[in-house]
Design a protein around this ligand. Sequence first.
Ligand code: ADE
Length: 239
Amino acid sequence: MRIDVVTIFPEYLDPLRAALLGRALDRGLIEVGVHDLRDWTHDVHRAVDDAPYGGGPGMVMKPQVWGAALDDVCGERTRLVVPTPAGRPFTQRLAHSYAAEEHLVFACGRYEGIDQRVLTDAARRMPVDEVSLGDYVLVGGEAAVLVIVEAVVRLLPGVLGNPVSAEQDSFSDGLLEGPSYTRPEVWRDLAVPEVLRSGNHARIDRWRRDQALERTFRRRPDLLERLPEGSLDEHDRAV
Ligand code: ADE
């Protein structure tokens, strides 16, 4: 997979080269390009924004600069992703769908956003997604790109040491993952639940499922409502 990011703060994306993502780069599982939007300006001030039509606070990013940048960076098989609080929610399902793409381009907006015509125009040639990480406002799309890329790249074959980790994630079955424990058996007078030390794998699986159901019910009841028909058996419903 190739990932390109266009931003006015290229250094903000340095963490893409660290840790898990850095290893995926070194092993040739992903290629990453980070581009300074100002490279596509032609004026002495290298201006990327202008006042909004209709008035109001803030500045809007200029269509000419973004248009030229995306013309150069996007290709035949690009999916364009624009992080914005006005987007649709980024979910594990969307992460899986991005993990199947050949080329992702991220356009990082700042200020009051990018002139909408940039996205309307791009959508004539490629799929364009405006996505939000959640109901809060960041200063720009850069931090969101770090989050989205990490969620996507860990799903690529060969990136995680143990692929079963990705299969057992929170959300992979529509539920939050339950608690985990390691040694020692008792720590600060707190004991690991007995069932996990029982060696009885049927009991352990049942216990984990119950914990996941309880946690989801307490913390994210909205997720239970969205489970596909037939995901809960009789025992689940009793929990
Ligand atoms: N840019 C600013 N706020 C954002 C959010 N909540 N999600 C994605 N991108 C953003």
